[in-house]
Ligand binder design. Structure first.
Ligand SMILES: [Zn+2]
Length: 302
């Protein structure tokens, strides 16, 4: 049972909206790839943990400790007096170990992730012990991608590969007699959660440089439509039929994400000029909150 679910970060959502509307530079493309790759790995773990019904699970907890800095936990799983913390790595390909670092077959070097795991373990142990000393904490680094190969022996038991994961989780399948107290611990950790802004930082492209027009919500291409009807439209790329209201809703949400602030009627008109005003109004009423009057009108996503 999940008491907290990680959400798609603002940065990934922004890059998704930017896709095919702006030519991203190399640094933006790398940032997008790294962030979404990490998210995909966590999503795999989330799906897998759904099977462990007796556990109380948390996805993405970050705490800011006075004088000790910020620590982020991908997954915390509680079952009776066992707490497991999993740090997810979604690396793919062949790697070897050199001086503790991971080195890929094409010479990409990843700094030894274990010291960071040990630091996170140490702080979480303190937080858990403050709650109840009877808990024990185990921390693992999970290499979730089944196409990740380490051609050396794992340096410690804290390194877990996809093929070993179910074995580690085996102890969490029994009936949980302490669900109530496990939920209290989870809620205590949720209260301490403070999202870390630095991981979500990105530079916004000015709206004037962004390509306007309908983007297809299914194939993400634009301008994607050449068959008009009042009710639906057919994408000229993927040939799928899309309801007009959904199409406008999808594109207005993208405009809001790209601007990162309330959108104005003039910006909406420039972004999707071919839309019917009455349909836009209906979508805005349903999915956005209106603030201000006359020229100061802004719409914020609900
Ligand atoms: Zn399409």
């Amino acid at each position: 049972m999940f008491l907290k679910v990680g959400c798609l970060s603002e940065k990934i959502g922004y890059y998704e909206a930017l896709t095919n509307r702006y030519h991203m530079n190399r640094q933006q493309q790398d940032d997008y790839m790294t962030s979404s790759h990490g998210y995909i790995g966590e999503r795999v773990m989330y799906d897998l943990l759904q099977e462990y019904k007796e556990c109380i699970c948390l996805w993405d907890i970050a705490v800011n400790l006075p004088y000790r800095g910020a620590v982020q936990y991908d997954f915390i799983v509680i079952h009776e007096y066992t707490v497991m913390h999993f740090d997810i790595k979604n690396y793919k390909g062949d790697y070897t170990l050199q001086h503790g670092n991971l080195v890929s077959s094409n010479d990409r070097i990843i700094k030894n992730p274990e010291p960071q795991l040990i630091r996170a373990h140490h702080y979480l142990e303190k937080l858990v012990f403050e709650f109840d000393r009877r808990f024990t904490l185990e921390s693992y680094m999970v290499f979730i991608n089944d196409q990740f190969n380490l051609n050396d022996r794992a340096p410690s038991d804290r390194w877990i590969f996809r093929s070993q994961l179910k074995n580690v989780l085996k102890s969490l399948t029994g009936y949980n007699n302490l669900k109530g107290s496990n939920i209290s611990l989870a809620k205590h950790l949720i209260k301490l959660h403070q999202p870390l802004q630095q991981y979500d930082y990105f530079d916004r492209v000015p709206l004037v440089n962004i390509r306007t027009g309908y983007k297809c919500p299914l194939c993400k291409k634009l301008p994607a439509f050449n068959t008009h009807s009042t009710q639906f439209i057919v994408c000229s790329f993927c040939r799928r039929k899309i309801g007009m209201r959904y199409l406008i809703e999808y594109n207005l949400k993208e405009l809001f994400i790209l601007k990162g602030d309330g959108i104005t009627p003039a910006e909406i008109k420039t972004f999707i000029p071919e839309s019917k005003r009455s349909t836009i109004s209906r979508v805005l009423t349903e999915h956005f909150t209106k603030t201000g009057v006359s020229k100061g009108v802004r719409y914020f996503l609900k």
